[in-house]
Design a protein around this ligand. Structure first.
Ligand SMILES: [Zn+2]
Length: 322
């Protein structure tokens, strides 16, 4: 059933001294779940902005119950400047949650957004990110390391991530998850704090709007919103999806010398342990190093750089999460 009275509201969320965030609410006018879709927290990751624009026009006709709050950009300054971080704050904004009213620009932004989320108590949050130019699209599941309802939050997040139709990856194992501060990412803080289900979609290249990537991410987001119960538009299995999981995110082997990084393994294609997945060449074309697969798995994303200094992870991999 379509909601006959869907309405669109626009408001701004002030982050004092930093920015004003635009928030668009599409309300079916009928009781039901509440979902939040955020985009562009990393200012150079733009696919999500395009997705939110599409949702803003689609949802009034598609929403069957409940409401969806859309944030086209959590980092308008970074979007304008083409930077991952907020202007004047070099720290990763996606390690700042739940934020601090008197902290850095990123922490103040996180605090303001957190206030909206606490007030709204959404059932689901979808955070839209992008990885690199040569990558498969995927959904990331945070580690639920705290909280009384850990198991049910984890199960709900997995259900939502699977509903994207994309390859699903668990985050790094618990120790590194905490060491990297991922429990202070937006979805990490939600699942490990108030226990709100959240999923990250990583789709498309950075720094530009790729229409194919926007379509892929839109279909995936509609699938997650369907699982959230606000509409009925399940996502089909994406052709790039890699089954046979559970998989988790892992950094690929690191280069020992600087040189041209040539990633041979095709993203999304399974490789056996020991297979050469990348090599480093000198500028005159000599092979300086071959990097081999530490385990069976596949390449998820290739770094957006051709010349890699020593110590560069040759790719983001997926390996079994057992
Ligand atoms: Zn990102």
């Amino acid at each position: 059933m379509l909601a006959p009275t869907a309405r669109v509201h626009r408001r701004t969320v002030a982050v004092p001294g930093v920015v004003e965030l635009v928030m668009i609410t599409v309300d079916s006018g009928l009781d039901g779940p509440s979902a939040v879709v955020t985009a562009n927290l990393h200012g150079d990751e733009c696919t999500g902005v395009g997705v939110v624009h599409r949702l803003r026009h689609l949802l009034p006709d598609r929403l069957s119950r409940g409401r969806v709050h859309l944030f086209p950009s959590l980092n308008p300054g970074g979007l304008r400047a083409g930077t991952r971080h907020l202007p004047g704050d070099e720290r990763d904004p996606n390690r700042s949650f739940p934020g601090d009213e008197g902290g850095s620009a990123a922490e103040r932004l996180a605090h303001a957004l957190w206030g909206v989320l606490e007030q709204e108590q959404p059932d689901v949050v979808i955070d839209l990110h992008t990885d690199s130019t040569r990558a498969i699209p995927y959904a990331i599941l945070d580690r639920v390391v705290r909280g009384r309802s850990r198991r049910s939050v984890d199960a709900r997040c997995r259900e939502l991530a699977e509903a994207s139709g994309l390859t699903v990856l668990h985050e790094y194992p618990r120790g590194r998850y905490l060491r990297y501060g991922l429990d202070r990412s937006l979805p990490g803080a939600l699942v490990n704090g108030p226990g709100i289900a959240a999923v990250t979609l990583e789709v498309g290249p950075r720094r530009g709007l790729d229409p194919v990537a926007v379509d892929t991410a839109l279909i995936a987001a509609l699938g997650v919103l369907s699982a959230a119960g606000v509409l009925d538009h399940p996502a089909p299995r994406h052709p790039s999806r890699v089954d046979g999981g559970p998989w988790r995110r892992e950094s690929g082997p690191r280069t020992s010398q600087a040189g041209m990084l040539e990633v041979i393994a095709e993203p999304g294609e399974l490789f056996p342990v020991g297979e050469v997945i990348a090599r480093v060449r000198s500028l005159d074309g000599r092979t300086l190093q071959e990097l081999t697969a530490p385990q069976r798995g596949f390449v998820v994303a290739v770094p957006d750089r051709a010349w890699a200094p020593a110590g560069t992870a040759c790719a983001t991999l997926a390996i079994r999460d057992d």
